[in-house]
Design a protein around this ligand. Structure first.
Ligand SMILES: C[S@@+](CC[C@H](N)C(=O)[O-])C[C@H]1O[C@@H](n2cnc3c(N)ncnc32)[C@H](O)[C@@H]1O
Length: 265
């Protein structure tokens, strides 16, 4: 049993149960995106609403976009250049990974890490089918990154860290694998008010990107205590839950999407 710590309360949620529910949900997102009825939006329409440049979206596999389940746009924060080495945490079916691969050219390398086999398989098949040679997929956990220290120019992640019961560990791992001067550019679900014990202890609500929303001041503290310097944070009010009851619950606590830039100075 893992303990999800917050400044105000301490409740327990089983890490293995959360991860099982997350894997089950995102396997379906990979395999049958159009046949699903979830409380969150997915796909190209969502990406456009969140601010992804349409011309960029035209250049990546549309099958990846069908399973897009991000919560914000932050590729601009990552400042990717020709030759950059970038890691996408919880890369899913590959939307952000393939966009990053476009920006870094043949001499760069984009690595997508995910724990869900169906997502990894889908992204790997698309990389092969569309000959995206500078993108690579790897199975692993964001809490224990299978890379040496000081490896990446940028770490990106979209709608993933809220799903981890060990957010402080995730930020420490990001700090470790970034090179000096490297950037963490992420979008995630956070909350203005501390969620109730009932919500935080419900693994299903975690898999639905609500239960794991950390209170925003605690989230910022977790980033800063890893050693990263927080540079920018912007809310993404365009991100809304589809189900009115879910959105009502989210509004009660100020559950929202934000994009964040932090740097390893
Ligand atoms: C909301 S989806 C987002 C996928 C992708 N970033 C996108 O924008 O479409 C979350 C992804 O994170 C992965 N994930 C969640 N927790 C993880 C963990 N602890 N370690 C590795 N991957 C994780 C899931 O398997 C899923 O593919």
């Amino acid at each position: 049993m893992e303990t999800a710590q917050t400044a105000q309360i301490s409740v327990t949620v089983d890490k293995n149960v959360v991860q099982k529910k997350v894997r089950e949900m995102y396997a379906k997102v990979a395999q049958n995106p159009k046949g699903l009825s979830l409380h969150f939006e997915m796909g190209r329409g969502l990406a456009e609403k969140l601010g992804y440049p349409k011309a960029d979206l035209d250049m990546i596999p549309q099958e990846a976009l069908d399973s897009y389940a991000g919560v914000g746009y932050h590729i601009d924060f990552a400042d990717l250049n020709e030759g950059s080495k970038v890691l996408d945490l919880g890369s899913g079916s590959g939307t952000d990974l393939f966009l990053a691969a476009l920006k870094i050219g043949k001499t760069g390398k984009a690595i997508g890490l995910d724990m869900t086999d169906a997502q990894l398989q889908k992204a790997a098949n698309l990389a092969r089918k569309y000959r995206i040679a500078n993108a690579e997929l790897k199975k692993g956990y964001i809490e224990k990154l299978p890379f040496n220290g000081s490896t990446f120019d940028a770490v990106i992640s979209n709608g993933v860290i809220n799903l981890s019961t060990e957010k402080e560990t995730v930020f420490r791992e990001i700090f470790r694998v970034l090179k000096k001067g490297g950037r963490m550019a992420i979008s995630d679900i956070i909350s203005e008010k501390q969620l109730s014990d009932r919500v935080v202890s419900d693994p299903t609500l975690w898999a639905e990107c609500i239960g794991g929303a950390m209170q925003q001041d605690n989230y910022k503290s977790a980033i800063m205590s890893s050693g990263l310097k927080l540079k920018e944070i912007k809310d993404n009010p365009q991100y809304r839950f589809l189900n009115p009851d879910t959105q009502k619950g989210a509004d009660k606590y100020g559950v929202k999407s934000a994009s964040i830039l932090a740097v390893k100075e």
